[in-house]
Design a protein around this ligand. Structure first.
Ligand code: 13P
Length: 250
């Protein structure tokens, strides 16, 4: 079964509203003829509404960078699913290694966020990935599979089929050190096998798995040629309309 590629730009803590609107206005004409890839931009919380307006009527979808599991209440600094839906976000990056490493996000929290997002009709892009230390110790597959298993707890197989996982080795993020295509494929394949084991073959065949970590126009084609890589989660190169459009139009 052919999976539709999904390429998302994670802007992280970059771009004011004005910067973000300018970026998507440049991006939209460069990707407008692309009918084969799901294209997503994930601005900061303050720029979601403005960027959401600016991409109305285009083939670019809006994603957030986090969401809370409660509907509302005393959760200072958090954002609810209703708030994301109000601005038109249909995707949400969850469990990014920067959230896990700098802000103490746990596997359990990522699972709660993912379930709340999905239940609200927002597709989670669930991130996983190992540190250099874990990579060098050799137990990276176990580490990543355990993150994925924890994030997918409580979902049904039919639901899992609609999710997106992003494999982002931490040592490849923002370092210019892309994983080799073989390294990306090895882990994305292991994730798909883990999904089959925990759920079923249909879920494993349908779930989309992105690679992230220093993806550039020069590396996207070979990454996308890997059988288990269905897209990319792009950081730095997504801040430039031309670069991101070249990645999307690989
Ligand atoms: P870079 O593309 O800047 O390495 O970032 C990857 C990333 O973390 C996307 O979520």
């Amino acid at each position: 079964m052919a999976r539709r590629p999904i390429i998302a730009g994670n802007w992280k803590m970059n771009n004011t509203i004005a910067d973000g609107v300018k970026l998507v206005k440049e991006l939209a004409p460069l990707v407008k003829d692309n009918k084969t890839v799901d294209i997503v931009v994930c601005p900061t919380a303050t720029a979601l509404a403005g960027v959401g307006e600016a991409i109305k009527g285009t083939n670019i979808a809006l994603g957030a960078q986090n969401v809370h599991w409660e509907k509302s209440g005393a959760y200072t600094g958090e954002i609810s699913t209703d708030m994301l839906k109000e601005v038109g976000a249909t995707y949400c990056v969850l469990g990014h290694s920067e959230r896990r490493d700098y802000f103490g996000e746990t596997d359990e929290g990522v699972n709660k966020r993912a379930r709340a997002a999905f239940a609200a009709g927002i597709t989670p892009i669930i991130c996983c990935g190992e540190s250099l230390q874990i990579r060098e110790a050799g137990n990276y597959i176990n580490h990543v599979v355990s993150q994925v298993n924890a994030a997918l707890d409580g979902f049904t197989a039919a639901e899992v089929a609609k999710l997106v996982i992003a494999y982002e080795p931490i040592w490849a993020i923002g370092t210019g050190k892309t994983a080799t295509f073989e390294q990306a494929e090895e882990v994305c394949k292991a994730i798909r096998e883990a999904v089959e084991k925990k759920f079923d073959k249909n879920a494993a065949e349908a779930i989309r798995i992105q690679y992230g970590g220093s993806v550039k126009p020069a590396t996207i084609k070979d990454l996308m040629a890997q059988p288990n890589v269905d897209g990319a989660l792009v950081g730095g190169a997504a801040l430039n309309a031309k670069d991101f459009s070249e990645i999307v139009n690989f």
